[in-house]
Design a protein around this ligand. Structure first.
Ligand SMILES: CCCCCCCC/C=C\CCC/C=C/C(=O)SCCNC(=O)CCNC(=O)[C@H](O)C(C)(C)COP(=O)(O)OP(=O)(O)OC[C@H]1O[C@@H](n2cnc3c(N)ncnc32)[C@H](O)[C@@H]1OP(=O)(O)O
Ligand SMILES: Cc1cc2nc3c(=O)[nH]c(=O)nc-3n(C[C@H](O)[C@H](O)[C@H](O)COP(=O)(O)OP(=O)(O)OC[C@H]3O[C@@H](n4cnc5c(N)ncnc54)[C@H](O)[C@@H]3O)c2cc1C
Length: 669
């Protein structure tokens, strides 16, 4: 059943009637524009109405069938994209709503961007049309069995042979086996492989190469190439639809022009030439994908909160001592204090994701004009926001499962699979701890430059206000004072800066900078988190300050923004107190205001998740159904389990019957 379909009984109608804002306009605020709402709606319904894209049986499929189902869906999606002549925007949305991880994600999400970002114009002309028409399928083969985070530690070699004008790709050790790349195991014909470039006897470090892996005739691995899937992963269904793979090379030769040569080149004679650009541009594909992962975090968290809010509104437990109807669990203050910050976070991540996309586009234009000044800002923001939003989203999905009680543990709730599919986002595209340490190092560098008068820019500009922020006092006197965006912004800036300065001072006391960074790394993580949370809060405040049409929409967004910020104050009160940014009394007032905001949010909760405009197909949850008619659906769903195919289970004759007979004999004794 789909959102708002005709002829349904809406069990959540009462909830929808209490909304104090125009849901249709909120859909526009969430999606970014009326056009974005319309096109997403069209694609979501197209997928939902196509039986090939059915996914309610996914968690019951054995791995081989699941993988075949993924191939079928990907091929069918491509057929529909071609038949309907969908635009790139429409095609991306269609794939999103198919909602099954598969090789196409890596083909479009990493292989194509890697060639675009690191290939010369000539290379792009040769390879991109093949990729665009799916005449080749590509993946991104960087991580190895022995090294993932430490990219400079990769071991695969690409040794140039001037005699034949070729590179020889080789995996010298077991640990140099490529391990994890999605789409590599079974589907890809090609890969962008990251390997140590060796020419004239010298190791020039990691570079990208386009390598054909499988025959375009019969899909068998090419000579010298060993390929396979790395095995089953966490959860049922979930990321098991993806063929994460292993790859080994035994002296495989590729033409010289398959080295991605936009950043550096090897001449016919074997001379290494590095263009006058920062080496870190090699990491450009990761920066691009980290940015998309932030946008995806809001999608995953909004799905989980949509399920938990709708279910909490229909689920009833206990009731007043005086008798009468049972209480909707959404009315319990504890349920609200666990759920509403997650709902607010989904909105916060949506808007910071929108801003990050803008930043990424801006930086890309500057890089094209050979202006590299914002590269560090792009790295810090994408790495930090990727880490903070994915960790909060993974934790948030699990919290939503608990918020749905026992039924949340059923696969039919959609939450176990959503969690299992989502949680590797904390690891892929950079382990979150490793990424936060990158942000912290940049913050430490910025602090050390303050003394020399260098003014920080971009999202670190606030650090330039060091004199004021190190000594300012929070002016909050009443709970309502916490509704001031200026007050909120100031305490978040002061907290982030003071934590950074304290940590930098502690590092300076260590025998060496390196030792200090090592010893204080747990503190550095917290410094990075404080800085990134400041960015998210600031971008949410800026969003709310914009012109937002629709009755009551701005007010709701302001509430959500305040919930997000004050929830963080409450959660990290220790940081705010220990840095002297506020008093314990002001912390208590923040919590008091938070309680009031939850009460204001309560009548709008269901409408706020309706504004995500998700179809029941995309949600994939019996508990999150638009119509709220959960119990009959849960009951029906149970009977679909293969275990219920027969009333007497397989194994009865061999294992249950003999046992039961034996007990019978014993009882006769
Ligand atoms: C239809 C659309 C679909 C959408 C797309 C969906 C895609 C599908 C989504 C998910 C599927 C999952 C796919 C998963 C793929 C992968 O996981 S691919 C592998 C990813 N691997 C990693 O992320 C590895 C993490 N490690 C690193 O990034 C780096 O090695 C490092 C940790 C940053 C360390 O690097 P290195 O040792 O070289 O660097 P440092 O000495 O620490 O730093 C040197 C200087 O470089 C700066 N730096 C580092 N990284 C970057 C960067 N990315 N950009 C710019 N600058 C960078 C760093 O700050 C140092 O600067 P300084 O010298 O000034 O101090
Ligand atoms: C589902 C999935 C899909 C993937 N897809 C791809 C793909 O398509 N292509 C590809 O190339 N790769 C892919 N990867 C690999 C992924 O990018 C790496 O797993 C990731 O970068 C983490 O690296 P690692 O596994 O080496 O972790 P490790 O670095 O070994 O991490 C292990 C632990 O060590 C800690 N640690 C590591 N370094 C430090 C440090 N300097 N300081 C403090 N702590 C540290 C980490 O925090 C973590 O707790 C995928 C991984 C997964 C799970």
């Amino acid at each position: 059943m789909e959102a708002g379909g005709a002829g349904e009984v809406d069990h959540l109608a009462g909830e929808r009637a209490t909304a104090q804002f125009d849901v249709d306009h909120m859909k526009v605020a969430w999606a970014g524009s009326r056009h974005a709402v319309d096109v997403a709606d069209r694609m979501a319904r197209l997928v939902a109405s196509d039986p090939v894209f059915r996914k309610d049986n996914r968690t019951m499929l054995p791995r081989k069938e699941l993988f075949k189902d993924t191939l079928r869906k990907a091929a069918h999606a491509w057929k529909r994209i071609v038949e309907l002549r969908l635009t790139e925007e429409e095609a991306n949305l269609l794939r999103l709503y198919v909602d099954q991880p598969g090789y196409v994600d890596l083909h479009w999400g990493m292989f194509v961007p890697a060639i675009k970002g690191q290939g010369t114009e000539e290379q792009q002309k040769k390879w991109l049309p093949l990729a665009y028409k799916f005449q080749i399928i590509g993946c991104y083969a960087q991580t190895e069995l022995g090294h993932g985070s430490n990219v400079q530690g990769l071991e695969t070699t690409a040794t140039f042979d001037p005699k034949t004008d070729e590179f020889v790709m080789h995996s010298p050790t077991l640990t140099s086996s490529k391990w994890w790349p999605g789409g590599l195991g079974k589907a890809s014909t090609h890969a962008v492989v990251y390997a140590r470039l060796i020419t004239e006897g010298k190791d020039y470090g990691i570079h990208g190469f386009i390598v054909q892996l499988r025959s375009l005739e019969d899909h068998s691995p090419l000579p010298g190439v060993t390929l396979g899937d790395i095995g089953g992963k966490f959860g049922s269904g979930a990321y098991n639809s993806m063929d994460n793979g292993v790859l080994r090379f035994d002296h495989v030769r590729i033409p010289r022009d398959q080295m991605l040569m936009r950043l550096s080149q090897v001449t016919k004679e074997g001379k290494y030439v590095h263009s006058n650009v920062p080496k870190q541009l090699l990491y450009g594909t990761m920066v691009f994908v980290r940015q998309t992962i932030v946008a995806d975090a809001s999608k995953a968290l909004s799905r989980a909160t949509c399920i938990a809010v709708r279910y909490s509104a229909m689920r009833k437990q206990f009731g007043p001592q005086t008798g009468g109807p049972e209480t909707q669990v959404l009315n319990y203050k504890t349920q609200q204090s666990r759920l509403f910050p997650l709902l607010a976070s989904a909105y916060a991540f949506r808007f910071v994701g929108e801003w990050l996309k803008w930043l990424y586009t801006d930086v890309t234009h500057k890089l094209e004009a050979k202006d590299f000044s914002t590269l560090q800002e792009a790295h810090a923001c994408t790495a930090g926001l990727k880490a903070v939003t994915t960790s909060a989203t993974a934790d948030g999905i699990e919290e939503c499962r608990k918020l749905c009680g026992g039924h949340g543990y059923l696969n039919s709730s959609g939450l176990p699979e959503l969690f299992a599919t989502y949680v590797p986002a904390c690891t892929y595209e950079g382990d979150n701890v490793v990424l936060l340490l990158q942000v912290a190092r940049i913050l430490m560098k910025t602090v050390s430059q303050l003394a020399s008068g260098k003014q920080p820019v971009g999202t670190m500009a606030y650090m330039g206000n060091v004199q004021y922020l190190m000594q300012c006092k929070c002016g909050v006197n009443t709970a309502e004072d916490w509704l001031s965006p200026a007050a909120i912004r100031e305490v978040f800036e002061a907290r982030a800066l003071r934590m950074a300065v304290n940590c930098a001072q502690n590092i300076n006391r260590a025998p060496s900078q390196e030792e200090g960074l090592y010893e204080l790394s747990p503190d550095l993580l917290e410094v990075a988190v404080a800085h990134i949370q400041l960015i998210i809060v600031t971008k949410f405040i800026e969003k709310v300050e914009q012109d937002i049409p629709g009755e009551g929409v701005k007010e709701q967004l302001r509430n959500l923004c305040n919930v997000y910020a004050l929830y963080l104050v409450h959660k990290h009160l220790g940081d705010f107190l220990s840095t002297g940014c506020m008093t314990a009394r002001q912390g208590a007032l923040a919590n008091q205001q938070l309680g009031k905001l939850y009460a204001q949010l309560r009548p709008n909760a269901v409408a706020l998740v309706d504004a995500f405009n998700y179809t029941d197909h995309y949600l994939g949850s019996v508990l999150g159904r638009y119509d709220g008619n959960v119990y009959p659906a849960l009951y029906d769903e149970a009977w679909k389990d293969p275990l219920n195919d027969s009333p007497v289970p397989d194994g009865y004759r061999e294992h249950l019957r003999p046992l039961l007979k034996q007990q019978l004999k014993l009882s006769r004794l």
